[in-house]
Structures are given as C-alpha cells and as structure tokens.
Ligand binder design. Structure first.
Ligand SMILES: O=C(O)CCC(=O)C(=O)O
Length: 302
C-alpha cells in the first residue's frame, strides 16, 4: 500500500473543525488530549481485566490481540474519556442529523508482539452489511492511544478518502498508519477503510476504542448489561444518556407505560418525550407533526 501523510490537529482545535475534517477525509488525529495521570489510573484499573481477556479467535479479531470491554463499569477513569468535551462536540456535530447519539462500544484493544495486520474494513459492516447512503453517517469512532502508536507496534491503518469509494477502488488508495503519542486520539467514521497494523515490535500497542452511533441502531456493546443497574445508578445523567438511557428518536427505548429510561433507572415515572417535543429539534418530526395537526384540523366539526 503506498503511503500518505495523515493530518494532526492540536488539542485545542474547535470540534467543528475536527468534524469537518472527518467528513472530508474519514479520520482526524488530535494530539495530546488526555491527561497522562488519568491514563495511568485507567491502565491500573484495566490491567487485571486485560490479563484475564482471551486472545482473539480468528485473524480479524487477532490471535495476538486481547479485547477488553465493559469499560464504563470496570474502569471509572474511562468515563471522562467517553464524555470528553472534544469528543462529545466532534461526534455531536458529525452526527447532528439525528435526534440522539449513543455510546456504541468501549474496548481496550491490546495488539501484542507477533500480531499480523488486521483485514482492512469499514465499521458500518456491523449493521448486517446494510448499505447506508453515501451521505448517511451512522457512527463516529475514537481510538485513544494508551501507549504510543507507532508503525512498528501496530498503529491503526487509515485509507483517507475511501468512504465514498467501492471496495475495489478503495483498496488501491494510499494509506498511512495513525502514529501518535500516548494521550492522542484518532477519530474515524464508519465508512472509511481502516484496520489495526501488524505488531513487529517487542511491546504491546494499547488503544482505548470508544465508539458512538446514531440513537436508533442496536449498540455493538450492550450497555444495559455491560454496566449493571447498580453501577449505572451511581453515574451522572449525561453519561447515562450517552450510554442509551434516553430515547433514540421519539419512540425508541421507553420503559413500560412510556416511561423515560433514565427516570425508570432512578425509580421515577417521568414520561418519555412525545413526537411533538422531538419536533422542536428535528425538521422531519416537525413536518410530521404539522401534517397530523393539519389532518386533525380538517376533521374538526365546523
Ligand atoms: O485496533 C485498531 O487499530 C483498529 C481495530 C479495528 O478497526 C477493529 O477491531 O474493528
């Protein structure tokens, strides 16, 4: 694969600029975002779980790669990364076409020495290989460098600009590895070709993969079971909404008698939003509400 340079942004870059770069090229790298002390704590919290995680069962998952999930429940120090303002701002702008964005998965990916390069892929394939339109983005991902990411230890390969290309055209596009220092974050969307690199070094490459999706799809990692209710109840509302304790669009995810999921978790009875409330933020919903009001008006006895 021919090589190409990847663009890096400074940590104080406006999330809108980062989002627009992702839209144009499929990825963005922002340098030195996470506090090293936070990463030290996260590593210490995660290490027992990493050691207990089995290596992958095929070459896609990686026979020399360990994947460790349920991070919100297991590692309190991951929570500020999930809700990092740069990430929430960037993902919110990138997926602004939907009424709710949700956490899709949390996973530390440890690529160990001897691992071969992962097959290049597009993450959208997880949705049963459904072909979303070229302009419809369904997810936006982050990969935080928990160790330095280098060409030797398996830094993620990105093929910029491949999102709108069919596979045949895309595989001949020049790619590059997202080399970055510990604490930097790689963003990539669901259509861009990418994959973990081979690890030819003698150290482990560790990344914290935290991905986000539109609120109306099934989450890759089941957040309601990965984080048991007794832990979920200790978390703050914004994080819980991101984990899915909110409605995805106007009708998805209520509990029982149309109770709001966050209220239900906390033992309350507040009602889920109606389509009229969602219409305040969504043009499509506004049009729909206007239509049903027109019909109601036309049926009113005169
Ligand atoms: O670990 C990486 O660098 C990328 C992993 C990835 O793309 C995947 O497992 O789907």
């Amino acid at each position: 694969m021919p090589a190409v340079g990847l663009h890096h942004f400074a940590a104080d870059t406006d999330p809108v600029e980062v989002s627009e770069h992702i839209r144009s090229f499929g990825y963005a790298i922002v340098d030195d975002v996470a506090d090293p002390a936070l990463l030290d704590r996260l590593e210490a919290e995660a290490l027992p779980y990493i050691k207990a995680s089995a290596a992958g069962r095929d070459t896609y998952d990686g026979r020399f790669t360990r994947r460790t999930g349920a991070l919100v429940a297991r590692c309190p120090s991951v929570r500020p990364l999930v809700m990092h303002p740069l990430v929430v701002g960037t993902v919110g702008h990138f997926l602004a076409h939907v009424s709710a964005v949700q956490l899709h998965l949390t996973q530390i990916i440890s690529v160990e020495p001897g691992e071969t390069a992962q097959k290049l892929h597009r993450d959208e394939m997880a949705f049963d290989f459904f072909e979303f339109g070229p302009d419809y983005h369904v997810q936006c991902n982050t990969m935080w460098a928990l160790t330095d990411f280098t060409a030797e230890n398996g830094a993620t390969w990105i093929l910029p600009g491949t999102s709108g290309l069919d596979d045949e055209a895309a595989v001949s596009v020049a790619g590059a590895q997202a080399e970055m220092s510990r604490g930097s974050v790689l963003f990539y969307e669901g259509k861009v070709l990418h994959g973990a690199g081979a690890n030819t070094s003698d150290g482990v490459r560790r990344g914290v993969n935290i991905t986000y999706a539109v609120g109306w799809v099934r989450q890759e990692e089941n957040q309601y079971l990965a984080c048991p209710p007794e832990i979920a109840r200790t978390l703050d509302d914004d994080l819980l909404r991101m984990m899915g304790y909110t409605q995805g669009a106007f009708a998805l995810g209520y509990v029982g008698d149309q109770t709001d999921p966050l209220a239900a978790l906390r033992g309350g009875t507040a009602k889920a939003r109606t389509i009229g409330e969602v219409a305040e933020h969504s043009t499509d919903a506004r049009r729909f509400v206007a239509d049903i009001e027109d019909i109601a008006e036309s049926r009113r006895p005169r």
